[in-house]
Design a protein around this ligand. Structure first.
Ligand code: ADP
Ligand code: MG
Length: 253
């Protein structure tokens, strides 16, 4: 994909310390509209921390985060969400006691602002949109199933569907394919491929097939630093990357 404007989301010198420990260390990263960028690295490399720094759920010790030219380093996560950054967590953050559809209704209601109140007409409108989204995700038959009764894979899909209710320009996914059975994995890949073309996606993912089939660019984190960035092929054959993984064979997810 060609890019006519600057990056959608950028990190510059992004750093997060925990005491003397550098969980994320001087990371530069650019995500342009339409990019599919995978973030890989051994356990503890700092991948989730980096996602949290971009989403705003933790504050950096140093460095900057810029969204469409605007410095959002000090911007709270809810505001970042309204500015276009959506994210999912390693563990799906669905509301277990609500139905799949109500999860999407609540997500949309939160996003559009609770000031509009909870009028029946508003609820019907959000429910119609939610049903459409569930259909896209192969979940239409489960619209009225409680989230707690869905499979792990279905909950993950629901979590991603909820993240998309905000029509984000940037989507941050933490291990979307983790623990998915083949059928759910196929559904996930099909669904992600149909995201709006200009959505910039950064995903933490260990599944090599997922990375190869979706990502244009792969960044390898190691001890909080960027070890390498390149095409999936270049990264796959990168000697230093092989060394990192061979050095920690049991930590590769
Ligand atoms: P990854 O997602 O790549 O497996 P994380 O970003 O979760 O790694 O963690 C990176 C490192 O930072 C790990 O060594 C982890 O123990 C440490 N870390 C993460 N959060 C905290 C915290 N709140 N306090 C102290 N150390 C943390
Ligand atoms: Mg993680």
């Amino acid at each position: 994909m060609t890019h006519t404007s600057g990056p959608q989301l950028s990190a510059r010198g992004l750093t997060r310390r925990y005491g003397p420990f550098l969980a994320v260390h001087d990371v530069d990263l650019d995500l342009a509209a339409g990019d599919w960028h995978a973030l890989i690295g051994p356990n503890g490399a700092g991948k989730s921390t980096l996602l949290n720094l971009l989403a705003g759920t933790i504050r950096p010790t140093g460095g900057r985060v810029v969204l469409a030219g605007r410095d959002i380093t000090r911007t709270r996560p809810a505001r970042r969400a309204r500015l276009g950054i959506a994210r999912t967590f390693q563990t799906p953050a669905v509301l277990e006691s609500l139905t799949a559809l109500d999860n999407l209704v609540v997500a949309a209601w939160r996003h559009t602002g609770t000031r509009t109140g909870w009028r029946p007409a508003r609820r019907r409108e959000l429910a119609a949109r939610g049903l459409h989204r569930l259909d896209e995700f192969g979940l239409a038959d489960h619209a009225h199933t409680k989230a707690s009764a869905l499979s792990h894979g279905q909950r993950r899909l629901l979590d991603i569907a909820a993240a998309l209710t905000a029509n984000p320009s940037v989507l941050l996914l933490d291990e979307p394919a983790a623990g998915l059975a083949d059928h759910d994995l196929t559904l996930l890949l099909d669904t992600l491929r149909r995201l709006p073309a200009l959505t910039a996606v950064l995903m933490v993912e260990h599944n090599q097939d997922v990375v190869t089939s979706l990502a244009d660019t792969v960044t390898v984190l190691h001890h909080g630093r960027v070890l390498a960035t390149g095409t999936p092929h270049a990264i796959h054959t990168h000697p230093a990357v092989a060394e990192v993984y061979l050095g920690t064979p049991h930590e590769v997810g």
